[in-house]
Design a protein around this ligand. Structure first.
Ligand SMILES: [Zn+2]
Length: 338
């Protein structure tokens, strides 16, 4: 709920998360919504220590909410990380590392650049649903000819595959983007299997690789642009819209200054925002991003249990006490705990 689970505005974000300990508590709450689970042994018994870490009742290890996540061992204050997350997903176009460095008054450009890249690594949720229904698929060169951009540069050699669900009216719904080596049937087939549910109808132009790429598991509807008498963006309106928006973002917000080897992570960032563009609240995107960020090893607990190595936890060790409930009443500053 807005105003309790996540801030409603940037002002509220700054008010809630003005000190590192409140940020840390929020991450703790996101990581263990149903109570502590040890990432090492899977034990569900733990005790809060005075420094906000947990002591595991199973393996005795001390665990912090940031252990094993993108925030692990960071020297940048969590307050800055939180404000950065908001700026990254709370705005339609995000921001560049240069802008971030200036806004947060960070000491160096590499610090800003590395923070943004760490967030990008958690923008793709493992096991996310694949696209389905009518899906337009096409490829383009990222640095392809665009008005006002001279030459192709290094990005001109980066080939992107795009898949976009479309409504009957030709409007885009969800999108996926991936850097591919070439436009062969193998590369495009791999892209489809990773991103589109079998049984979907794949809409493409007349490119010769698509019949083979879609043969297993998909229905294929090719439309030859030349024979149709239409423009390419009329044959495949949704995926062409996505390509042009991505190019505009790369050349505009990012000023074209991204290196080819990082294109995939920038695409992940763009897709994260695009697929949530109708979200009712920007704060919810902030909440989603941070939830992804602390779900560093969500399978550990289950896989350990499955492997039969899980044991009932022993009683609390001497000298360690659970967080007394009397302390909880004195924490009105943590709305997510209410
Ligand atoms: Zn443990």
């Amino acid at each position: 709920m807005a105003g309790r689970d996540y801030p409603r505005s940037y002002a509220e974000l700054r008010a809630w998360f003005d000190e590192d300990w409140t940020c840390r508590d929020y991450l703790d709450w996101l990581r263990w919504p149903d109570g502590f689970v040890c990432p090492g042994c899977g034990s569900v018994r733990g005790w809060r220590l005075a420094d906000a870490r947990w002591k595991c009742g199973g393996c005795q290890r001390k665990v912090s909410a940031t252990a094993g996540t993108i925030f692990d061992k960071t020297r940048t204050p969590l307050t800055v990380w939180f404000a950065t997350a908001w700026r990254l997903v709370g705005d339609k176009v995000g921001l560049s590392a240069t802008q971030l460095q200036r806004e947060m008054e960070l000491g160096s450009y590499p610090t800003a650049w590395a923070m943004l890249h760490r967030y990008r690594t958690v923008m793709v949720r493992p096991g996310r649903d694949r696209l389905s229904g009518d899906v337009e698929v096409d490829e383009c060169f990222l640095g392809g000819p665009e008005p006002g951009v001279r030459g192709r540069g290094a990005l001109g050699k980066v080939l992107l595959a795009g898949a976009v669900e479309r409504t009957t009216g030709g409007q885009p719904r969800r999108a996926r983007l991936a850097v591919i080596d070439d436009a062969s049937a193998d590369s495009l087939g791999d892209f489809l299997r990773d991103n589109v549910e079998p049984g979907s109808r794949i809409l493409t132009d007349g490119w010769g690789s698509y019949p083979a790429a879609t043969r297993e598991g998909y229905t294929h509807k090719p439309t030859s642009v030349a024979a149709s008498g239409l423009q390419a963006h009329e044959v495949l309106p949704a995926v062409h819209l996505v390509f042009s928006l991505v190019k505009r973002w790369v050349m505009g917000t990012l000023q074209g200054s991204i290196s080819p080897e990082h294109v995939q992570s920038y695409c992940d960032e763009w897709v994260f925002r695009f697929n949530r563009r109708r979200s009712r609240s920007r704060g919810l995107l902030f909440h989603t991003l941070l939830r992804h960020a602390v779900a560093a090893d969500p399978v550990t607990y289950k896989s350990l249990r499955k492997a039969g190595r899980w044991r009932p936890p022993p009683p609390p060790p001497d000298g360690e006490r659970p967080w007394p409930s009397s302390l909880d009443v004195g924490r009105p500053r943590l709305p997510w705990r209410t």
